[in-house]
Design a protein around this ligand. Structure first.
Ligand code: CP
Ligand code: NVA
Length: 302
């Protein structure tokens, strides 16, 4: 593994190795406390962040490395200087670039011109670090990931795409339930279905929440992603049947609920479910750090 742009590029063995290492270091950081000693990682954000920014910064510190945070003080990436020059300059100082960008093509350009690993920390198409933390969390609570059935409910987006590819590679079953017109990208669905079939998993799409029956866990994300200025009032009625609430949890039979956060309480998820006994949402947030650290260890020390 040289970069992490999408989980599509990883094998099942590589994904499982990251999850297993993340679970191991979560128990004990002592063996890896100096693993990134003398190494620096630039974390670059074109969009806001709480979890990603903090979990990378503190996580890199736990591995003995140094994180350098870059925000948009100089304007959007590619404006003050080309993405190519940006990547080539950064590569002379740092050992890896973690980037949250508007356009996936910016990551492809960074990867092309950087001589150090590039990690996608969210773009318009994917959120691979999130999906790794999510399947780590499912492993902790449900065990064997090839036996897990995950139900994603809401807007088909970057998080959905990464969850679909993670589930497919791991041979898990996944159901994606969205309002009409809000499905994940059609080509990615075709691709993920083929990968799932290869690995003994399934991917089912529906507009009907009845399709969620038998899921071990339900997953919510915001109905409007960063960079989309659609007002909530324009879509709320259409999305309301897709809210994760106690009725939907009971109807599906799911024991657990996940949300990548930031969450909008009483919008895509109710507080009753978010703060309820089946919520593993804060485990997901914590696990972002461990999963990303496992990625950095694979990229920088293997
Ligand atoms: N889940 C997630 O990526 O959160 P932030 O946007 O706060 O980083
Ligand atoms: N789909 C959301 C995820 C936030 C972590 C977004 O892109 O805004």
């Amino acid at each position: 593994m040289k970069h992490l742009l999408t989980l599509k590029d990883l094998t099942q063995a590589q994904i499982l190795a990251i999850i297993d290492q993340a679970i191991a270091i979560k128990q004990d950081y002592a063996p890896v406390a100096d693993a990134l000693k003398g190494k620096s990682v630039v974390t670059l954000f074109e969009k806001p962040s709480l979890r990603t920014r903090v979990s990378f910064d503190i996580g890199i510190n736990k591995l003995g490395g140094h994180a350098v945070y870059l925000d948009q003080q100089n304007g959007a990436l590619g404006q003050r200087e080309s993405v190519q020059d940006f990547a080539m300059n950064l590569s002379r100082w740092c050992d890896a670039i973690v980037a949250r960008v508007f356009d996936h093509n910016t990551l492809i350009e960074l990867r092309e011109h950087a001589t150090v690993p590039v990690v996608n920390s969210l773009c318009d198409l994917y959120h691979p670090c999130q999906a790794l933390a999510d399947f780590m969390t499912l492993k902790e609570h449900c065990g064997d990931l090839s036996q897990v059935k995950l139900g994603y409910v809401g807007d088909g987006n970057n998080v959905t795409h990464s969850l679909m590819f993670a589930a497919a590679k791991l041979g898990a079953d996944m159901v994606v339930v969205c309002p009409p017109g809000h499905f994940p990208d059609g080509n990615m669905v075709v691709e993920a279905k083929a990968i799932a079939a290869e690995h003994g998993g399934t991917l089912v799409l529906s507009t009907d929440t009845a399709a969620l029956e038998g899921c071990d866990a339900l997953y919510a994300d915001t109905w409007i992603s960063m960079g989309d200025d659609t007002p909530i009032s324009a879509i709320k009625a259409k999305f309301q049947p897709y809210q994760i609430n106690s009725a939907l949890m009971a109807q599906s039979g799911a024991k657990y609920v996940l949300h990548c956060q930031p969450a909008h309480r009483e919008v895509e998820i109710t507080s009753q479910v978010m703060d309820g006994p089946g919520s593993v949402i804060l485990d997901q947030a914590e696990n972002r750090m461990h999963a990303q650290n496992a990625v950095l260890l694979q990229l920088l020390t293997q």
